[in-house]
Design a protein around this ligand. Structure first.
Ligand code: BTN
Length: 330
């Protein structure tokens, strides 16, 4: 059997061992169902061992004991109940940037909903050309390729709905502590836990594709962050005080993302806006907003029906549709 055939056999064995989880399966049954010899079953089990799966194996049976927390296609797809998001998952150990890979796959014709995910990024990018620190095996760095049915002017709404999907995913880990710092940052207890970088390829009235990238700090400890950002950054694990199963978190996020995205495609931000307002970190704070060559100082007073940030200055309320916000009083 060549490497690829052993990998495929290992995946087949895995599916048989996890249904139901913890069941003891005779090796002969595995061999019969996979239509291979017992020797080949041993090879498949050994491959799963190399991937980090743990078993109880006797001379006659095998039982799956532990699943590694590695962001593989097999694990993320398992039990993922979506229509299109994650129908194809390309999972890597180490890449430059998942957003760059997603754009390349898009240009090669990859489908709407393709997810690119990596354990580590060497050239992770943030907004405004910043670096996104992407330490190995502790966070999730992923990009979703979309081929939206709407025009480019509606694309900024996708960043907002992504933030909302992330917040509602993270709320199940840290209830009440998660907020959005308009438009793209997700905060827990006042520190950044995730960032979103949406990149558009479009003509004037037609989107070729949209790549929505997000970096989520999941199991980092305080000392994992470089000193220059450690006072600003947090992780889900730091906030909850326990180790988080990254696979489950990513799966939950993809499901929530699809729900919000489908609703956005039909109804725009209507279904999102009240929740975005509720989770807004900026509400009532004094902010400085830089948008192009304009700098505005004022008080953030809300979010408009189109997702714009409402800033009050000298008794007048302005709706700001894009920009970088700094909080000037905490
Ligand atoms: C920000 O807060 O500035 C946005 C950060 C976005 C980081 C993610 S990690 C996955 C994807 N690939 C990248 O290179 N960037 C985004």
């Amino acid at each position: 059997m060549n490497q690829t055939a052993v990998d495929k056999l290992a995946e087949d064995i895995l599916l048989l061992l996890r249904e139901p989880q913890g069941s003891i399966v005779p090796l002969g049954e595995l061999a019969a169902k996979c239509m291979v010899s017992l020797l080949e079953i041993n090879g498949g089990l050994a491959r799963l061992g190399e991937w980090g799966y743990e078993f109880n194996i006797t001379t006659t049976d095998a039982c799956l004991m532990a699943i590694p927390d590695v962001l593989t296609e097999t694990e993320i797809s398992y039990g993922l109940n979506t229509n299109s998001i994650g129908n194809r998952i390309l999972a890597y150990r180490r890449v430059g940037s998942t957003n760059d890979l997603a754009a390349e796959r898009a240009n090669e014709g990859a489908d709407n909903g393709t997810v690119i995910i990596a354990e580590e990024q060497t050239k992770g990018r943030g907004r405004l050309g910043r670096h996104w620190y992407s330490a190995p095996s502790s966070g999730a760095y992923l990009s979703i390729l979309l081929r939206p049915p709407f025009t480019p002017d509606r694309a900024p709404g996708v960043s907002l709905l992504t933030g909302l999907a992330l917040i509602e995913c993270l709320q199940s880990y840290c209830p009440g502590a998660v907020q959005i710092k308009w438009p793209n940052d997700v905060y827990i207890n006042g520190k950044k836990v995730a960032g979103i970088l949406t990149e558009l390829s479009a003509e004037s009235d037609n989107i070729h594709h949209l790549v929505v990238g997000m970096g989520i700090n999941i199991n980092q400890t305080d000392s994992d962050f470089p000193t220059e950002i450690s006072h600003l950054a947090t992780s889900v694990s730091i906030a909850c005080g326990r180790e988080i199963n990254r696979i489950e978190l990513v799966r939950t996020f993809l499901q929530k993302f699809e729900t919000e995205y489908e609703s956005f495609c039909t109804d725009g931000l209507t279904g999102c806006i009240d929740r975005l307002r509720r989770y807004s970190y900026l509400n009532g704070r004094q902010v400085t907003l830089v948008s192009g060559n304009r700098t505005i100082e004022g008080k953030a007073v809300g979010i408009g029906p189109d997702g714009a940030l409402l800033v009050e200055k000298d008794g007048e309320t302005m709706a700001i549709t894009c920009g970088e916000v700094t909080v000037t009083n905490h």
